[in-house]
Design a protein around this ligand. Structure first.
Ligand SMILES: [Zn+2]
Length: 401
């Protein structure tokens, strides 16, 4: 399995990236052997990956990073860089390669202080002599200051530095940054391609794989989660039962509370898994004495970590709510399809009787209004409206009748 096998339904993008990785390899080899640099090259120092959620922007960028760091001897024999097994590929994929730095938003924004060390690193030469790679997931979350820091670095890159930026769409990235990047847009993979990946890579039963792929409509990670995690299946089943319960105000408020509580529980679990260890690690690094007393002047660093953890908790809760909202949108899209007499594209085939009931009970206009209410809830959450308020407003709108 090469690193390119991880990309689902992105043949054109894979072609562009493998060609670039080959040329990048030729550049490194020429420099190492003192040979003349190749006359033309498909390699460039800044890339922007866009595409809808679940299409695999980050995985694609990471696969490319691995291919750029690939040291497999097969390369010299005409093999495609990105074997997936060599030390370069492996460490880049698991996130331990010294010359691959990943920046991901922990909160609503990537702050300039989160970017500072990375930008500094981007001006240095790679430790292993290949490429210094900076992978920015969620580039849409760069705020004004951090985006400007990135812009400067992208404008004057060190010779062996490669920036890989990922964002949902071009409009999410500062025009001055995107004009310096080679842009690749990923498309939503087909349901068949996702199901096929689940069978091949994860060893999932074809029937389960097909159901998970259909239910998540080309969202690769969610399909994988649904196919492999019983808790995720349970959660989704509960969300899909929700529309039938929303008959009166009390039920709407209760349903909203349940949705928000479930998301908060996810955030709490993640925090329990990560916060304690991070805090202990940092204390150890700062040289905490026996009894946990920290040296003078380190309180600020601890405070930074606590801030980050708090932002991450909020973000996890948002992301978890977002999954529920996506499921609900898919559900009402199915209701609408049935109301319009189209049976082909039903995502939630497992809930068909409920879908039929709601389709008969209402009009397409009412269904559209509900889909809009879910979108409005998502926008409110983006604007930092308190989650419970936003979700309550939505469940009230979803009420039958
Ligand atoms: Zn390799």
């Amino acid at each position: 399995m090469t690193v390119w096998d991880d990309l689902v339904g992105q043949e054109r993008v894979s072609e562009v990236l493998t060609a670039a990785a080959r040329d990048a390899d030729a550049l490194v080899t020429a420099a190492a052997t003192g040979g003349p640099p190749p006359e033309s090259s498909k390699m460039t120092h800044a890339w922007l990956f866009t595409g809808p959620p679940g299409a695999g922007r980050n995985q694609t960028a990471r696969a490319f990073a691995a291919a750029l760091q690939c040291v497999s001897p097969d390369r010299a024999l005409g093999g495609v860089p990105g074997c997936g097994f060599c030390d370069g590929c492996h460490t880049a994929l698991v996130g331990t390669h010294a010359d691959v730095t990943t920046v991901a938003a922990v909160g609503a924004e990537i702050l300039v202080r989160d970017m500072r060390d990375t930008v500094r690193k981007s001006y240095t030469s790679p430790a292993t002599g290949r490429w210094q790679i900076i992978l920015v997931e969620d580039a849409e979350r760069l705020n004004e200051k951090s985006a400007n820091a990135v812009l400067k670095a992208v404008e004057e890159p060190a010779p062996r530095t490669v920036w890989l930026l990922c964002a949902p769409s071009l409009e999410d990235v500062l025009p001055t940054i995107r004009s310096r990047c080679r842009h690749l847009n990923l498309s939503t993979p087909s349901v068949e391609a996702v199901a096929d990946m689940l069978v091949r890579r994860e060893g999932i039963e074809p029937q389960v794989a097909a159901a998970a792929a259909r239910a998540t409509q080309g969202h690769v990670d969610r399909a994988r989660r649904l196919a492999t995690d019983p808790a995720a299946r349970e959660r989704r089943a509960a969300v899909l039962k929700l529309p039938l319960r929303l008959d009166e105000v009390g039920a709407c408020l209760k349903a909203a509370q349940e949705l928000v509580d479930a998301a908060a529980e996810d955030a709490k679990q993640l925090a329990e898994e990560m916060d304690g260890k991070e805090t202990e690690d940092l204390k150890a690094a700062l040289g905490a004495a026996q009894g946990g007393r920290l040296p003078r002047g380190t309180a600020g660093v601890m405070k930074d970590l606590e801030d980050m953890q708090k932002r991450r908790r909020t973000r996890t809760q948002r992301d978890s709510l977002d999954v529920a909202l996506t499921d609900l949108t898919g559900f009402y899209r199915d209701v609408l399809a049935l109301q319009l007499g189209s049976r082909v594209a039903i995502a939630n085939a497992d809930a068909e009787d409920v879908l039929e009931r709601l389709a008969r009970a209402g009009s397409p206009e009412a269904t559209l209004r509900r889909i809009e209410a879910i979108a409005a809830c998502r926008e409110a959450l983006d604007r930092n409206v308190a989650p419970l308020l936003a979700v309550e407003a939505m469940t009230m709108e979803l009420r039958a009748g």
